[in-house]
Design a binder for this molecule. Structure first.
Ligand code: C2E
Ligand code: CA
Ligand code: CA
Length: 399
């Protein structure tokens, strides 16, 4: 690891760099004064005087092109160099779209300075790993535009996966899972587009659409259920992203959607992952309490895969804990998975939450899960996610 942080001292009258030098560093003036000058034959033109706290040399740092002016120490001066390597490292970890925009802006600025058409092919940040980011940024933009069109063109739909009582296999509720039916490509899994929706903020309107659509279908499902057993209850789980909790005004908006749907709020369960809570735990806790105040149920999703501390669990008002499918799917062959599944079920019980095992695929999992005190199961063993008509059919057969 190179140490980028070595101060540079310049005596009055000496040059930090000359016009035409290849740029590698930018500088922050810690103490002293810098003159930026351009020499034209015998004439020297002062174009800027920079003082403590100001920065210079940044454009060449980014695109590694020749300097367009010289920098001289006007008095004894101390500089903090900012190396190109440091900036490239930061760019690799930044939002790809931001680094791409920076590159375009630098290139246009360069072209303007050198008297070319600003839109002509210009300098690039010149780093191979950034090329991938650039491609990624462009792909994300296409995907975001298509996703936004998809919402407007009714290409999004929900599938519903049954959640059952492990005790006797009775239907307890459904989890709404989004799908994108692209006219040119067929069904796309949420794993392929929820990330872009979150990064671009599209998850906010999409998430509202999910709540409205799922609850409109819940009204139909509950009616079908009552036709079979008048006292039967049925809940609907909806996944929430962190971004929806962070968006100002969105939680009251979602609560309004629930209240307007006509379903009992106590039959609506919102699923959030541990990672959704970790960045702004106080804010998240206050929104989760707001949902509870209106009677909604809350579930912690994919439990055991995040990084949250256990103290969060006590702080957030969860009703349900969902054991991640990675433990459930492997508990048959792997003793540690079985122990973890059992420990998580015990934790849920002690914290007075009910517990759903995700990813139940095998009939031999059922006695195990019952024995460790897990009340509910969800997985391919019971049913894959179903479209609304198939879900109604499932209710008619198994409700
Ligand atoms: P999740 O919330 O953990 O959803 C469960 C995923 O496991 C679903 O994948 C489901 O189809 C799959 N699954 C269910 N049973 C089994 C099983 O027995 N075996 C296996 N191998 N898989 C099973 P899906 O539908 O592809 O959803 C993936 C993720 O996308 C969801 O994970 C959730 O995080 C996200 N997601 C889906 N819909 C929405 C939505 O409306 N909003 C948000 N924010 N996220 C959503
Ligand atoms: Ca979920
Ligand atoms: Ca899950």
């Amino acid at each position: 690891m190179v140490n980028h942080w070595v101060r540079a001292h310049f005596e009055a009258g000496t040059a930090v760099f000359h016009e035409g030098d290849l740029g590698r560093d930018a500088y922050l003036i810690e103490r002293g004064e810098i003159h930026i000058v351009i020499d034209r034959g015998t004439e020297r033109r002062l174009i800027a005087t920079l003082r403590e706290g100001e920065m210079f040399g940044e454009i060449a740092l980014i695109d590694q092109m020749p300097r367009t002016a010289s920098a001289l120490a006007a008095v004894d001066t101390t500089l903090i160099p900012i190396s190109r390597d440091l900036i490239l490292d930061k760019l690799r970890h930044s939002d790809p779209l931001l680094s791409h925009l920076l590159e375009v802006a630098v290139s246009r600025f360069r072209n303007t300075l050198s008297g070319h058409n600003p839109l002509s092919e210009g300098a690039s940040l010149g780093d191979e790993s950034l090329r991938h980011l650039r491609q990624y940024a462009v792909n994300q933009l296409h995907m975001a535009q298509n996703l936004s069109d998809a919402l407007a063109n009714d290409e999004l739909l929900l599938h519903y996966q049954p959640v059952v009582h492990l005790e006797d296999g009775r239907l307890a509720g459904f989890e709404a899972l989004i799908r994108w039916n692209r006219p040119d490509r067929g069904f796309i899994s949420p794993l392929g587009f929820i990330g872009v929706a979150e990064e671009t903020g599209l998850i906010v309107p999409i998430g509202r659409w999910v709540v409205r659509t799922a609850l409109a279908d819940l009204v139909r499902f509950q009616a079908a259920m009552r036709a079979r057993r008048p006292d039967a209850r049925l809940f609907m789980s909806v996944n929430l992203s962190a971004r929806q909790l962070q968006e100002p005004g969105e939680v009251p908006e979602l609560i309004d959607c629930v209240l307007a749907s006509g379903v009992d709020p106590a039959s609506v369960k919102l699923e959030v992952t541990e990672s959704a809570l970790i960045d702004h735990p106080e804010q998240a806790a206050s929104w989760l309490h707001e949902f509870k105040r209106h009677g909604l149920l809350l579930a912690i999703d994919d439990f055991g895969t995040g990084y949250s501390s256990l103290s969060y669990l006590g702080q957030f008002p969860f009703d349900t804990l969902k054991i991640d499918q990675s433990f459930v799917a492997t508990m048959r062959e792997k003793e540690p998975s079985l122990r973890i599944t059992r420990a998580i079920a015990g934790l849920a019980r002690d914290l007075e939450m009910d517990c759903i095992a995700e990813g139940v695929e095998h009939p031999t999992d059922l006695p195990t899960l019952r024995a460790i005190g897990c009340e509910f199961g969800q997985g391919y063993h019971f049913a894959k996610p179903l479209n609304a008509e198939q879900a109604l059919d499932y209710i008619a057969r198994k409700g």
